[in-house]
Write a new protein. Structure first.
Length: 434
C-alpha cells in the first residue's frame, strides 16, 4: 500500500484531527515504519545496538567499581603505614646505613605532637617456622601478628565467632588470640565453636577469643585469613621483643590529608632517633590514600570513556534515523503537498515527522535497554556463583531514565532536518509531482 492509497482508504480522515497525536496519527506512524520495513529495521538496529552497548558498558563499569570497592571493604582509605628503615645520610657523627627501631615510647609522643591522628595502632610481626601453630595433633604454618584494638578500626575484620582484642587484653597482657578463617579451618575441621579453646603459637599456649573474617583484599604483613593475632603487649613480652615496634598504622582526622599527616609523623620520628631531616629513606612509608585516589580517578576515567563511546554510538544511530526520515519525506512529497493544500499547518507537518522519528528511536532504544538489562542480570547471576573481581553488573533506575531521555532528544534532533525539508515542499508543486 502506497501513501496515496492510504489517504484514499482512510477517506482523508486525518482532516478531522489535524495536528493532534491521536490513534489515527499512531496508525500513520506504524504504516510509515512498516512501509519502509527493511530500511526501518536496519536503521532501528543502529539505535538498538547503541543503547545496548551503552547499557552493557555502564553495567560493566558499575560491576568493576563494585568489585574494586569490595576489595577494600573495611579498610580505611585515609590511612598510611610507617616503619623503620636504614638511614641514607650521615648525621651528628653517625654513619649512613644505620639501622634503628621504633619504640613504645614513640607512640605517646606522636599522639601528643600530631593532633591530626585519628587512630594509631602499633604492629608486631612474628614467625616461628614450619607448623608453628598447633592444636592437639593438628598443625599449620601461619603468620603471627601483635595488634592493638585500634587496628581493627583501620583494617576491619568481621567476627565470625567471639570478639576482637580489647584494651583489657593489652593492659593485662592476656594470653589470648584471634585466628583467621583459614587457621580455623585447619585446626577445627569439625567446624565447632573455637572460642575458649587453647592453641599453641610458637610453643606458647593462647586461648582463642575470636575468629575474624578479613573483609578487604588488602593484606599488610601477610594474608589475614592465615594469621594469628595476639595482643601487642602480650606478644612483646611472650616472645622477648622488648619495646620494639615493627610497624605503625595510622589514620587521619576528617579533612586532613594523609600526606601531611605522614610527613609530620616522619618528622617526629627523625627528631627522636637522631636522623637527618633530609633523609628520605630512613622512615619507610606507604600512603593508602594516594593509592585509592588513583583507583578513584581510574574509575572516573573509565566511566567517562563508557559514556562517550555509548553516546557516540547512539548519536550514530540517530543520524541513521534522520537519513531514513529524509527518504520518507521524499517518498511522501505528494501526500504532504495534499495535506498542506487541505489546510495542514506547518506545526501539523512538523509534529507528524518528529513523532515518526521519535517513535522509531524510542522503540529501538527501549528494545536495546531491555535486552541489555536482561543480559546484565544473567551475567550477574553467573558471577554471583563465584568470588569474582566484577560484582553485580547492573544499571540504576536513574541511568535508565537518563538514557531514555537522551533517546528522546536524539529522536527529536533526528527529525528536525526531515521536518524542515517537509516544510519546504510547496503544495502545488507536490501535487503535480509524479
Amino acid at each position: 500500500m502506497n501513501n496515496s492509497d492510504k489517504i484514499s482508504n482512510n477517506k482523508l480522515g486525518f482532516i478531522k484531527n489535524l495536528g493532534i497525536f491521536d490513534l489515527d496519527r499512531w496508525e500513520e506512524i506504524w504504516i510509515t515504519i512498516t512501509h519502509n520495513k527493511s530500511r526501518s529495521i536496519l536503521t532501528a538496529f543502529g539505535v538498538f545496538w547503541g543503547m545496548f552497548m551503552l547499557v552493557a558498558m555502564v553495567g560493566a563499569g558499575v560491576a568493576l567499581q563494585r568489585g574494586m570497592n569490595s576489595q577494600i571493604e573495611g579498610f580505611a582509605t585515609n590511612s598510611c603505614f610507617v616503619w623503620a628503615d636504614r638511614t641514607s645520610l650521615p648525621y651528628n657523627g653517625l654513619k649512613k646505613g644505620r639501622g634503628w627501631d621504633m619504640l613504645n615510647e614513640d607512640i605517646p609522643v606522636i599522639l601528643n605532637k600530631v593532633p591530626e591522628v585519628q587512630y594509631l595502632a602499633p604492629v608486631l610481626f612474628g614467625g616461628g617456622g614450619t607448623n608453628n601453630v598447633t592444636r592437639n595433633d593438628l598443625a599449620g604454618t601461619f603468620n603471627v601478628k601483635g595488634n592493638y584494638p585500634s587496628y581493627n578500626m583501620i583494617d576491619a575484620s568481621k567476627m565470625v565467632y567471639g570478639r576482637y582484642i580489647n584494651d583489657v587484653d593489652i593492659a593485662e597482657k592476656r594470653k589470648v588470640c584471634i585466628i583467621g578463617e583459614r587457621v580455623y579451618e585447619v585446626l577445627f575441621p569439625t567446624k565447632e565453636n573455637p572460642v575458649g579453646k587453647q592453641i599453641k603459637v610458637n610453643g606458647i599456649y593462647f586461648q582463642i577469643v575470636g575468629v575474624g573474617r578479613h573483609t578487604s583484599s588488602v593484606n599488610i604483613g601477610g594474608d589475614e585469613q592465615e594469621t594469628v593475632v595476639l595482643p601487642f603487649s602480650t606478644m612483646q613480652q611472650a616472645f622477648n621483643q622488648g619495646n620494639v615496634v615493627h610497624f605503625l598504622a595510622v589514620t587521619a582526622q576528617p579533612g586532613v590529608k594523609v600526606k601531611d599527616l605522614e610527613e609530620k609523623i616522619r618528622t617526629v620520628l627523625k627528631e627522636r632517633h637522631n636522623i637527618s631531616p633530609d633523609d628520605k629513606s630512613a622512615v619507610g612509608g606507604m600512603n593508602i590514600e594516594d593509592q585509592f585516589t588513583m583507583f578513584l580517578y581510574l574509575g572516573i576515567g573509565i566511566a567517562s570513556l563508557i559514556w562517550v563511546v555509548g553516546l557516540g554510538t547512539l548519536f550514530a544511530g540517530g543520524i541513521g534515523i534522520s537519513n531514513i526520515m529524509l527518504v520518507t519525506v521524499r517518498e511522501r512529497t505528494k501526500e504532504i503537498g495534499i495535506r498542506r493544500a487541505l489546510g495542514a499547518t506547518p506545526r501539523n507537518i512538523i509534529t507528524q515527522i518528529l513523532s515518526e522519528s521519535i517513535v522509531l528511536t524510542l522503540l529501538a532504544g527501549i528494545a536495546g535497554l531491555v535486552f541489555g538489562v536482561g543480559l546484565l542480570y544473567l551475567v550477574g547471576v553467573g558471577l554471583s556463583q563465584s568470588d569474582q573481581f566484577f560484582k553485580d553488573p547492573q544499571i540504576s533506575f536513574g541511568v535508565a531514565i537518563a538514557s531514555l531521555f537522551i533517546l528522546l532528544v536524539i529522536g527529536t534532533l533526528a527529525g528536525f532536518l526531515p521536518a524542515n525539508r517537509a516544510l519546504s515542499i510547496k503544495p502545488i508543486e507536490a501535487i503535480r509531482e509524479e
